[in-house]
Design a binder for this molecule. Structure first.
Ligand code: CDP
Ligand code: MG
Length: 735
């Protein structure tokens, strides 16, 4: 068996990967590259790139997404367009002909729902029109909310360029832990969560003349809460203008909610999109994606490709696989630029996806569903859609929240396909069967408010003086149990008293822009005199899962480097260790490189840490260090996360309160230790319910930090209790 032989050679040669690579190259050289030939009988094009027999995916053309424009329309001259002045581009957007009509409608109505195809210019143009129309006179501000950080940043950058100002002057953005605004900033792009926090300092949003809730169709938790709050503010601030902007999805709902506010429709400009499905289901959609991208690349006319995956890890893997294969195919194929885009991607990398593709090359953008409606990338002709997205789900009965990769909705699939028809007639390849589309996809995605925990939002609403949450004006109310559980958890954390009123501690917790459990942990660091360490842990947790770098060709080295950071006690201490050593290196990028640590994540952790440190005074926590006494750090973490605990039973780990079966994530430093009691930062559901970021604790600490929540009895060791009574005589009895 050749594979075996290679393994042996590899071990001996001392150059891991090298033999493997050469062997695979040789094999690929022998494989044939077939280019798409038309099947004469059906007149259906067949797309095949034969690398190896089993690696070919066959698509069948099924339906067509209707366009407003003739299919024969020539591709828009993207390159040329880029060269033209930015004002010409602005005037070419679908919203432009409606500028005056739109401004008139805004002048005549306090609340206006604006519906328009993605890419029609809602986000970038409408705030500029308002600016030009004088809505920011006397320093009044315009807010435009985005559900995603990346969108807020990139759109603000684009608008600043269009207006010819420096980002952070007249135009800026504000996202959690990053404020790129100044006194002069009148156009403020911000995440919906940030506008929500503005209510804490300015409950009537007095400094704003217009609030535009953008991407309303996304129905994020924060957007939904904003609806209720803004509707209320609008009642006693008649001069405030409220715009609700959405892609072409169910805008009637928004209109009804805002007392039948008028809907302004921006007619779309869309080319038809041919939709293809796979003949058979694909077992490994990541692999299928990579193969399909190459198939498109070698068989299809020019035009960029957009691939939808579910998250950072997946995107990075896919990009690596693609780059790897392109390298191996070398000059056999034209140049393929592989560009990722996801929430945590640093801004310099984000900017690259908007740069025009060089002539002769093709661009493939591998994105999360951020590219579904929030961002428009010019030049996309092909969309590849595996049909999945990562969704939060919440079980109010158990209080367990988890992120799950699930099939996307039909509405999502349709938005995704639409991305292919913006500049010319396009094609969308769905990596699932037409049958699966019909039978396995839901019509729409359930709004986030109905599938997430509400601790954060309830704490915020309580801080705004909204006590009667049951009667809050929700577009879609959350499940009653979820609301109740949030109140219960906040009570357990000491944020609310038994009457459901905010406590002093609760007020402080609301000051910190992090989850209630995390803020509780920070507050508790005062008692255990370890705020320095806890700040670091908090910052590292917030850049979660992207600390370690694991390149395919250096897996062994990378894993060794990671293990070298392990400390007894668990993953939180590992994070602390990584950060501390990095700080000692003088925050060096070289150090990161040598230790397989992601420099960018660390830099972000440092930013977050500085900002949290700046807030310590406000919540009356002094700076102190545990001086190596990690028990104190672990107790402070337990004080925040006593809700997320599990114990080892004979049948594996079970959560302490709800007795749910859970597993330690294989990446955890405690994977092999299997401590008896532990707490986890989060649960991720993939093949199993995995606990990520795990810390070993002692059950007695739970009584110390949460005596109102745990009773000594439930923390007794089940093994001890169930021990069979001895039947035989003891040694003493025998004498
Ligand atoms: O909000 P909507 O989807 O209606 O459109 P938009 O985001 O305002 O986009 C209008 C135009 O600006 C599109 O042609 C985008 O390609 C372009 N744009 C860009 O080039 N760079 C950005 N960062 C954002 C938008
Ligand atoms: Mg938009």
């Amino acid at each position: 068996q050749p594979a075996r032989a290679v393994d042996l050679v590899e071990e001996e040669s001392g150059a891991p990967g090298e033999e493997q690579r050469r062997w695979e190259e040789a094999r690929l050289g022998a494989a044939s590259l077939k280019f798409g030939a038309r099947d004469a009988a059906s007149q259906e094009p067949k797309y095949q790139l034969v690398l190896e027999e089993e690696e070919t995916i066959e698509f069948v053309r099924a339906t067509q997404l209707q366009g407003d424009t003739e299919p024969s329309a020539p591709p828009a001259p993207t390159q040329a367009q880029q060269k033209e002045s930015i004002q010409v581009v602005r005037r070419s957007l679908p919203v432009f002909p409606f500028r005056e009509e739109l401004l008139a409608a805004i002048a005549n109505h306090q609340v206006l729902i604006i519906e328009g195809e993605t890419g029609s210019g809602k986000t970038t143009q409408i705030p500029q029109y308002l600016f030009e129309e004088g809505y920011t006179k006397k320093g009044a501000k315009i807010a435009c909310t985005q559900p995603r950080r990346v969108a807020a940043m990139s759109v603000a950058a684009r608008v600043a360029r269009e207006m010819g100002v420096k980002l952070g002057n007249e135009v800026g953005y504000s996202i959690r832990f990053e404020d790129c605004t100044s006194e002069r900033t009148v156009l403020r792009y911000m995440t919906d969560g940030m506008l929500l926090r503005e209510f804490l300092s300015e409950p009537d949003l007095a400094s704003y003349s217009v609030v535009m809730v953008d991407e309303a169709h996304e129905r994020t938790l924060h957007t939904d809460i904003l609806f209720g709050l803004i509707k209320d503010v609008a009642r006693f601030r008649p001069e405030l203008k409220v715009l609700v902007a959405s892609a072409t999805l169910d805008t009637a709902r928004f209109s009804t909610f805002f007392d039948d506010a008028p809907v302004f429709r921006i007619p779309g400009r869309r080319f038809p999109v041919d939709i293809f499905y796979t003949k058979a289901p694909e077992a490994d959609y990541l692999e299928a994606c990579v193969v399909s991208v190459l198939q498109i690349h070698v068989t299809q006319p020019p035009g960029d490709i957009l691939v939808f995956l579910t998250g950072q890890e997946e995107i990075e893997t896919a990009c690596e696989m693609l780059q790897d294969r392109c390298r191996r195919l070398g000059s056999k194929i034209r140049e393929l630029l592989v560009l990722p885009i996801y929430a945590n991607l640093p801004s310099d990398m984000q900017a690259r996806i908007f740069q025009p593709t060089p002539p002769g090359a093709r661009k493939v953008v591998v994105a999360t569903n951020i590219a579904e409606t929030s961002l428009t990338i010019e030049g996309i002709i092909y969309v590849l859609d595996p049909g999945f997205c990562k969704l939060k789900s919440y079980n109010p009965r158990t209080g367990m929240e988890s992120l799950t990769v699930t099939p996307c909705s039909k509405a999502s699939a349709s938005q995704r396909a639409g991305r292919a028809g913006r500049v010319a007639a396009g094609k969308c390849f769905r990596l699932y069967t037409a049958w699966a589309y019909q039978h396995e996809l839901e019509e729409t995605t359930v709004p986030e408010i109905q599938r997430t925990s509400l601790g954060n939002v309830v704490l915020l609403l309580k801080s705004l003086g909204i006590h009667d949450l049951m009667h809050f004006d929700f577009l879609d109310p959350p499940p009653y149990e979820t609301l109740l559980l949030a109140l219960e958890q906040l009570y357990a954390l000491g944020a609310l008293n038994h009457l459901g009123e905010l406590t002093t501690s609760g007020r402080k917790m609301a000051e910190l822009p992090v989850d209630p459990m995390l803020s509780k942990m920070i507050l508790a660091s005062e008692k255990y005199s370890c705020s320095e360490e806890i700040l670091t842990v908090a910052a590292m947790l917030s850049v979660n899962n992207s600390i370690f770098y694991r390149p395919k060709d250096k897996v062994v080295h990378a894993d060794n480097a990671r293990v070298n950071f392990f400390l007894p006690g668990g993953d939180h201490l590992v994070l602390l260790n990584v950060y501390t050593q990095w700080a000692e290196s003088g925050y060096s990028s070289q150090w990161c490189y040598e230790n397989f640590v992601q420099f960018r994540s660390m830099r972000r952790a440092r930013d977050v840490r500085e900002q949290l440190e700046g807030l310590l005074e406000r919540v009356e926590v002094g700076l102190s260090s545990c001086q190596g006494d990690y028990i104190r750090v672990r107790k402070a973490i337990t004080a925040g996360y006593f809700y997320h605990t599990a114990r080892l039973t004979r049948s594996g780990y079970r959560t302490v309160k709800q007795q749910q079966t859970v597993f330690i994530h294989p990446n955890s430093s405690l994977f092999e230790e299997q401590p008896r009691w532990l707490l986890y930062h989060e649960l991720v559901l993939t093949t199993k319910e995995f606990m990520r970021q795990v810390l070993e604790i002692e059950s007695s600490w739970l009584l110390e930090v949460a005596p109102h929540y745990y009773k000594a009895k439930e923390l007794e060791d089940p093994h001890a209790k169930k021990m069979p009574r001895k039947v035989g005589k003891t040694r003493e009895e025998l004498g």
